[in-house]
Design a protein around this ligand. Structure first.
Ligand SMILES: *Cc1c(COP(=O)(O)O)cnc(C)c1O
Length: 362
């Protein structure tokens, strides 16, 4: 048996073992073609079959309506931070941002390079330990869009519900929580997500966009940064990251085999409950960073009484086979990323380890 770590990496992150094994089987020769999927033309029938099937699977599993396009782009979610304003933020309009933490800040920073921006709500005053209340969000009259970060990967907070923005398009960065739970895609103008947390390896960024928002980009935008370039060519304007898209295809089939997104959501709730309970029942030994109402299903952030003890926790956890529990360098503490492919068994093992560590050090 292959040794598998208890992988709580924040991204790139755990992939289902079944997916890795299937990719291994098909690695050298894909579907009787005499070559790997990596070695064939992206304009051939075999690759295009995988490409189109991946879109169809995503549409079905995430209930994406017919008037939305599914794009496969490169440059990570970080490139979307720029593409959103380049394509949607015209003169006289304002790009509105809900400031929830580290990734929201990066998104806003890029928009500032392009045009007028506004902060629609912020939890900076409480160190981003919660998502602002939906009632705190104020969208300017001339807003081109409202941008939110659905899940703040570093702080460990997540929108429990999304704001109703009326006719203003809601843009969602779902990089770290796409398909962790069911979502009404109709609430959004555009959803984007780097694949490497919940959907596959790095290298492909999924953009789910309402057709009218990507039909025509401003003339001044360079070809590769235009949504209309990719929308008009089914994401085949240039060479797509074909192997990453193939891996997303396998992950989507794995999600289907688990009963779909709703079943996965319940599984994720069961998983995170084990770890949040270990925090809540520790009598203050572990301190959850996020306000309970804003807790994330994907990234669990917590602290101990001292940095010394946190270091010891990180070190001992590694000795016990846990990987990736050290918090992001910008906020410190500890973080367990419990993405879709992280099995319940890993979360159970972590909860047990936390209790044992407390018994020895509490
Ligand atoms: C990881 C992450 C990003 C950055 O993704 P890249 O693909 O590395 O550019 C952006 N937003 C969120 C919420 C993330 O978790």
């Amino acid at each position: 048996m292959t040794h598998r770590a208890y992988n709580f990496n924040a991204g790139p992150a755990a992939l289902p073992i079944e997916v890795l094994q299937q990719a291994q089987e098909q690695f050298v020769e894909f579907g009787g073609s005499g070559m790997s999927i990596m070695e064939m033309s992206h304009r051939g029938a075999i690759y295009e079959g995988v490409h189109n099937e991946t879109q169809a699977l995503m549409r079905e599993l995430f209930a994406i309506p017919g008037n939305y396009q599914i794009l496969f782009l490169q440059g990570g979610a970080s490139t979307q931070f720029a593409m959103i304003p380049l394509n949607l933020l015209s003169a006289g309009k304002t790009g509105a941002y809900v400031m929830t933490g580290s990734w929201a800040k990066k998104a806003l920073q890029e928009a500032k390079l392009v045009g007028e921006t506004a902060v629609a709500a912020s939890s900076e005053s409480v160190a981003y330990n919660r998502i602002p209340d939906l009632s705190e969000i104020s969208v300017p009259d001339n807003a081109a869009y409202l941008h939110i970060t659905s899940n703040e990967t570093i702080e460990g907070t997540q929108f429990a519900a999304y704001p109703d923005t009326g006719s203003v398009p809601l843009i969602g960065d779902l990089s770290s929580d796409i398909m962790c739970r069911t979502v009404d895609v109709n609430q959004f103008g555009i959803i984007y997500a780097g694949a490497q947390k919940n959907l596959g390896p790095s290298g492909v960024t999924i953009v789910i966009a309402r057709e009218d928002l990507v039909a025509e980009s401003p003339k001044s935008v360079p070809t590769m940064l235009r949504y209309d370039t990719h929308a008009k060519s089914n994401s085949l304007y240039n060479t797509p990251p074909s192997f990453s898209i193939y891996m997303v295809n396998l992950v989507l089939k794995w999600i289907a085999s688990k009963g779909g997104v709703a079943a996965l959501e319940q599984y994720n709730r069961d998983k995170t409950k084990l770890i949040y309970n270990a925090i809540d029942e520790s009598g203050g030994f572990y301190r959850g960073f996020a306000d309970p109402a804003s807790r994330s299903l994907m990234n669990i952030t917590f602290r101990l009484q001292s940095e010394e003890l946190e270091k010891q926790f990180a070190k001992e956890s590694e000795q016990h086979g846990f990987v990736g529990l050290k918090g992001h360098r910008s906020v410190g503490g500890l973080r367990a990323s419990t993405y879709n492919a992280v099995p319940l068994e890993s979360c159970k093992a972590l909860a047990d380890f936390m209790q044992e560590f407390q018994r020895k050090n509490g």
